[in-house]
Design a protein around this ligand. Structure first.
Ligand SMILES: O=P(O)(O)O[C@H]1O[C@H](CO)[C@@H](O)[C@H]1O
Ligand SMILES: O=c1cc[nH]c(=O)[nH]1
Length: 254
């Protein structure tokens, strides 16, 4: 009998692992596939692309969802329907004071996106699952990865909240200080476009979630990792994410 496939992801519970890694850029799937065993493309529908395989015998699916929280939560809802237990975002982020190329374990995310309020009220905190957080913290420390832990901002609007003056002098007036600039004095270290929504919807649905980011753009100095360095660092991001999931599973088996 053919298994029912989810609406957008076009995958069934048979071809999706209980551990899922969400990425934005579909090019990141190739990087993951090279590190996994038996990685196979399962589906590619619109911006959603899925591969499934194993890493050191732990079953893993990696799914590209494109840019932005609404698409990420379409994927999350469908993964919940398929019975997925763990979702880790392996993404990139704009850094605010974190050196380029560092990894950021997201301890909490400010909810400046529009979708998470449809799941839980705005006074509910966007935080990761503590077991996943601890395990990934241990993994990244063990591996000697350059690591920062902290609070980030999640926003829908890249060109107003994250990168507002990309065409100098040409824009209609905008607020002189972005939210990143306003929150940075109080410990905000990075920004992305999905994490807060993922944390809130995962909490609501009973999925364990965590976000691990690679700092690719320095928001203060307006610099970015060059292409070769970014690819090398994304390879490291993929390996550390897979190691974190492996560590999480082996430590729960004990
Ligand atoms: O590299 P990914 O995972 O896509 O993450 C970041 O990159 C995109 C913006 O450049 C947004 O999706 C943001 O969250
Ligand atoms: O500038 C950046 C880089 C990565 N991710 C973002 O959301 N913004």
């Amino acid at each position: 009998m053919t298994q029912k496939k989810s609406w957008y992801l076009k995958i069934s519970s048979q071809d999706c692992a209980p551990n899922v890694i969400l990425v934005g850029d579909p090019a990141r799937l190739t990087i993951f596939a090279q590190l996994m065993e038996h990685a196979q493309e399962i589906a590619h529908e619109r911006e959603f692309k899925t591969i499934t395989g194993t890493y050191k015998n732990v079953p893993v699916s990696v799914i590209a969802v494109g840019i932005g929280a609404p698409a990420a939560l379409i994927a999350l809802e469908e993964l919940w329907e398929l019975g997925v237990e763990v979702v880790v975002r392996a993404g990139t982020g704009m850094s605010w004071g974190v050196p380029l190329g560092n990894f950021i374990l997201v301890q909490a995310a400010a909810r400046n996106e529009g979708i998470s309020k449809d799941y839980l009220p705005l006074n509910f905190p966007a935080v990761p699952n503590i077991e996943l957080f601890q395990t990934f913290y241990e993994t990244l420390r063990r591996e000697g990865a350059p690591l920062s832990c902290g609070i980030i901002l999640t926003s829908d609007s890249f060109y107003t909240d994250l990168f507002p003056h990309h065409v100098e002098g040409k824009h209609p007036p905008r607020p002189s200080k972005t939210l990143l600039e306003q929150y940075a004095p109080f410990g905000l270290i990075s920004a992305d476009m999905e994490t807060a929504a993922l944390y809130i919807a995962a909490q609501y649905l009973g999925i364990k979630s965590l976000s691990l980011l690679l700092a690719t753009v320095d928001g203060i100095h307006k610099q970015m990792l060059d292409n070769d360095k970014r690819i090398q660092k994304e390879q490291e991001l993929a390996r550390l994410t897979l190691e974190g999931i492996h560590h999480y599973h082996t430590s729960r088996e004990r």
